[in-house]
Structures are given as structure tokens and as C-alpha cells.
Design a protein around this ligand. Structure first.
Ligand code: F6P
Length: 341
């Protein structure tokens, strides 16, 4: 069997560990692997690279993806699906493994109608893919966020400031909530609940009355202030899947708070620092298991599915069930937002 693999969308730590696992477990089962470069741009433009044991040696602990990534959407390109199919046939690919988020795996699912046999591996630091407990990269990003909050605490306390940390999370607040809990943020703001500047002001004032002379706020880029019609957008830039580039909600909040309080308010946007770097042990293990499971599914002829973590087990979930709607933080976990209010 000959398997193709590509990595698309915003990268996350753990992708390389998955590539290594696909190639190593593949080799053990007589599966040959080739890589397509730059997400779906690879199959569109026939950008192919061999993936031998030597190619994946020494990459377990390295973040990003050795194949490169992009947000290319073949369905937006002239003759896109047909060009992808031609590349698959030209390279004698029996099955394609697409490592990515909703958009990347969504393309794989749509291509099933064109005869492509695909398997998805969910990766996004946002952790907002339905059908799996966790996606690759989430726990690594959490480490970066927790570290940032630890650092912000010491300087906030020294200078008696309100420090706001803006983190990623376009539609779901997994990073903000779990990062905020792990790093002890005083105010946690998520896309799941509109926030109210007045209540944040009151919360900070309450802390001041308790002799707490600093406050730490964590806010997801997708969190929306009550009264505003939509999310805060930094630059009006839309990607090939129709997503607006978010950013600036931290500064928006800082401006509103600064209008009414004396304590200085400053913003840090963690941006790509939370997406780069080495994968956490959890992600290395999950990636290794996802990669091997993808090969097993391919050998068993189980296609149009995604590898998923359910408790301790890795299972196949139909792509049709996993894609389309981002998975919000469930209501059962939202109590942590104001656990210590
Ligand atoms: O891939 C998800 C994500 O991490 C989002 O949280 C964020 O909005 C987006 O990527 C930004 O990525 P880029 O700037 O690379 O398009």
C-alpha cells in the first residue's frame, strides 16, 4: 500500500511526531509513505517528497511540520479537485492522510465524492474539533500559556497592574479556560459567553478591596464584548476558508478599563508563541497513537474517518460527524470560569 500524507491549517506541536509514527508504523506493515508539501497546495501542484525512515528521524520533539502548511482550499481553485485527483493517480496513492483542523479534514471529506480515500488526524491548538476528547497541539499550547501567566503574575504584582493576556481560540475557549485555570488568571473570558466590561471592572475593584493590588485577565481572541455586534478583528483579512483574522480584543478591553480605573492596564498578545515550540509529552504520545491508528485504519480499509481519542481509547469517527461545527467548551466545564469569584 502507498499512503500520501499532508499537513494543513494553523500548525501545532505534535504534527512531526504524527508524521514519524505514520512512517515508522507504516514501514513495519509494508506501507510506503510519501509527503505532499504545504497543505492542499502540495496535491494541487504535485509537490511531493519521499517520507522514508531517515526523513522522519530526529523530529519527535520538534514543533511545526517538516512538510510545511498552508490554508489552501482546492475547492477555491480552478479545476482544484480534478488536479488533486490527477496528483493522487500520478503518484499511485491508495490512501491520503490529512493532518489538520476542520478545514483541512473538511476538504478530505468532500474529496470522497471524487473517489479519494482519506483519513484525518485532528490537530489544532484550539481543541475545537468535535468527536475527539483532544486534538494534537492543545496541551503544548497550554504549557506556553501557563508559562506566560506565571511570568505575568510576577511583574503584575511588582508594578500593581492589570495585565491582560490574549490567547488564540477563534470559536471556542478551551485555551483561555484551561490556560486560565492552570495559570491562576483572575478573570477568564471565552467566546462561549459574551463578556461585560462593567462586571470585569467590579471584579478587579473587589480584588483591590481585598488588598490584591494586581489582576490577571486571560481573554480568547474570539471572545465578544456584550453590546458589540461581532468579534474584534485586527485586520479585515479573510482566509481561503472564509475565516476573518481575529485579534485586538485584549486591547479593546484594556482601553475600556483604562477609561475608568487608575491602575495601569497593559496587554500581551501571546499570538504565535503559543503555537510554536516543542510538543508536550501528552501531544507526542497522542500523535504517536494517532499516526499508528491512521495506518491501521488504512490497512483495514476504513476511510472517510478521523482518528479520535475517547477516554483512553483511539477510535475511528466518521469525518461527516466530526466536521462543520466547532466544538465549544461544554457547559459542564464553564463553572471554572468564576470558581473563585
Ligand atoms: O488554527 C487555529 C488558530 O490557531 C486560531 O486560533 C487562530 O485564529 C488562527 O489559527 C490564526 O492562524 P493564522 O494567523 O496562521 O491564520
Amino acid at each position: 500500500m502507498r499512503v500520501g500524507v499532508l499537513t494543513g491549517g494553523g500548525d501545532s506541536p505534535g504534527i512531526n511526531a504524527a508524521l514519524r509514527s505514520i512512517v515508522r508504523f507504516g514501514a513495519k506493515n509494508d506501507v510506503e509513505v510519501v509527503g505532499f508539501l504545504e497543505g492542499w497546495r502540495g496535491p494541487l501542484e504535485d509537490l511531493v517528497q519521499p517520507m522514508t525512515l531517515a526523513d522522519v528521524s530526529g523530529i519527535l520533539h520538534i514543533g511545526g511540520t517538516i512538510l510545511g502548511s498552508s490554508r489552501t482550499n482546492p475547492f477555491n481553485e480552478p479545476g482544484g479537485p480534478e488536479r488533486v485527483i490527477e496528483t493522487m493517480h500520478g503518484n499511485a496513492i491508495d490512501c491520503l492522510i490529512a493532518i489538520g483542523g476542520d478545514d483541512t479534514m473538511g476538504v478530505a471529506h468532500r474529496l470522497a465524492d471524487y473517489g479519494i480515500r482519506a483519513i484525518g488526524i485532528p490537530q489544532t491548538i484550539d481543541n475545537d474539533i468535535s468527536g475527539t476528547d483532544y486534538s494534537l497541539g492543545f496541551f503544548s499550547a497550554l504549557e506556553a500559556i501557563t508559562d506566560a501567566l506565571d511570568r505575568l503574575h510576577t511583574t503584575a504584582a511588582s508594578h500593581h497592574r492589570v495585565l491582560i493576556l490574549e490567547v488564540m481560540g477563534r470559536d471556542a475557549g478551551w485555551l483561555s479556560l484551561m490556560g486560565g485555570v492552570a495559570g491562576g488568571a483572575d478573570v477568564i473570558l471565552l467566546p462561549e459567553e459574551h463578556f461585560n466590561v462593567d462586571s470585569i471592572y467590579t471584579q478587579i475593584k473587589h480584588r483591590e478591596s481585598m488588598k490584591k493590588r494586581f489582576s490577571i485577565v486571560i481573554v480568547a481572541e474570539g471572545a465578544t464584548p456584550a453590546g458589540l455586534s461581532g468579534q474584534v478583528v485586527d485586520e479585515a483579512e479573510v482566509d481561503a476558508f472564509g475565516h476573518m483574522r481575529l485579534g485586538g480584543v485584549g486591547q479593546y478591553l484594556a482601553n475600556r478599563l483604562s477609561e475608568r480605573m487608575k491602575m495601569p492596564v497593559r496587554v500581551t498578545n501571546l499570538a504565535y508563541l503559543q503555537r510554536g515550540g516543542s510538543p508536550a509529552p501528552f501531544d507526542r504520545i497522542l500523535a504517536t497513537r494517532f499516526g499508528a491508528a491512521a495506518i491501521e485504519f488504512a490497512l483495514a480499509g476504513t476511510f472517510d474517518v478521523m482518528t479520535a481519542l475517547h477516554g483512553m481509547k483511539i477510535e475511528a469517527v466518521p469525518l461527516a460527524d466530526a466536521l462543520g461545527t466547532p466544538r465549544p467548551v461544554p457547559e459542564g466545564l464553564l463553572y471554572m470560569v468564576d470558581l473563585f469569584d
